[in-house]
Design a protein around this ligand. Sequence first.
Ligand SMILES: [Fe+2]
Length: 358
Amino acid sequence: MPQYVRGTVTRQAHVSLPAGTVEEEHGRSGFYGRASHLYRRNAPTGWSAIDGPLRPHALELSDLPADGRFPEVVLENEDVGIGVWQVDRTHPWFLRDADGDLALFVHRGTGRLETDYGPLTYAPGDYLVLPRGTTFRLQPTSPTRALTIATVAEIEPPDRGLLGRHALWDETVVRIPEVEPHDERGDFEVLVRQQGRLTSIRYPFHPLDVVGWKGDLCPFALAVSDLRPVSSFSYHLPPSAHTTFKADGVVVCSFVPRPLETAPEALKVPFYHRNIDFDEVIFYHHGDFFSRSGITPGMLTWHPQGIHHGPHPKAVADAGTRSFTEEVAVMVDTRRPLTATAAATAVERGDYWASWQE
Ligand SMILES: [Fe+2]
């Protein structure tokens, strides 16, 4: 397709914006497809009222109850269920998800994730990825709070493209379980979820009795401290540059400590956009989230596709003085629109949509 230019623009996106304007990216397929940049006199998030289902949402996940039988889903579509798992003690039952892969992102707490393949120790900032059908149980040594991302399709590494295969995270930095076979006898329950319904299976022996395994499918842990973010001093990279995992219809990105743009003409905060092909969910793990005021660790925001999003006015004002960000956040972008569950509605912070007002 040819590219057209009308009116007052900058030739290089995200750099040297025309005086008195903000930049909006209006693009298809996330940040990969056809796009135009619109230079506006006003931030498109400067609304005075929103009435309807596209209102941006913020959820206080820590207000949800702990020690449920399975993770609590707050947002879902045909491809993914996003939720939280709050576990204070080792449950007597084991779990198996037959509906899809399950990624946990540990926000608080330490302990072990027991699996058929052996245990993985965990700490805050760990992703724990379980292939569909793995039997598992959390054994917390301190109350554990995890974001959960349950995908129908396989969770896979990202396409690293021009960066080369070892960028972002080298596949050999993941932690793989060692076998720890159990031989206890007793009464053990495994809860299997399939099509959203639970089936209870009882065994007279400990279900984690594997003495050895071989192959290329297994649970693994990946610490965000082992991620190697890419950045540029003179060009604001789109969120897709921070992709950690993908599954059909779902992209998981990690925002980790990294230098900000230092070239004076470069945009330092995310450009405004309306993700017309993706819903955007962000879980805030650590740090002060400089593009969002009023958000604290443990909260989750949801921006449905179709409505603009972008930095808060305070972030725009603060950006000029900053050269590094310590924030850690997890973003889940979904191709199909999400719907909120009753659990989400129960912990929604109703005034979030107004937080862009000056
Ligand atoms: Fe976005």
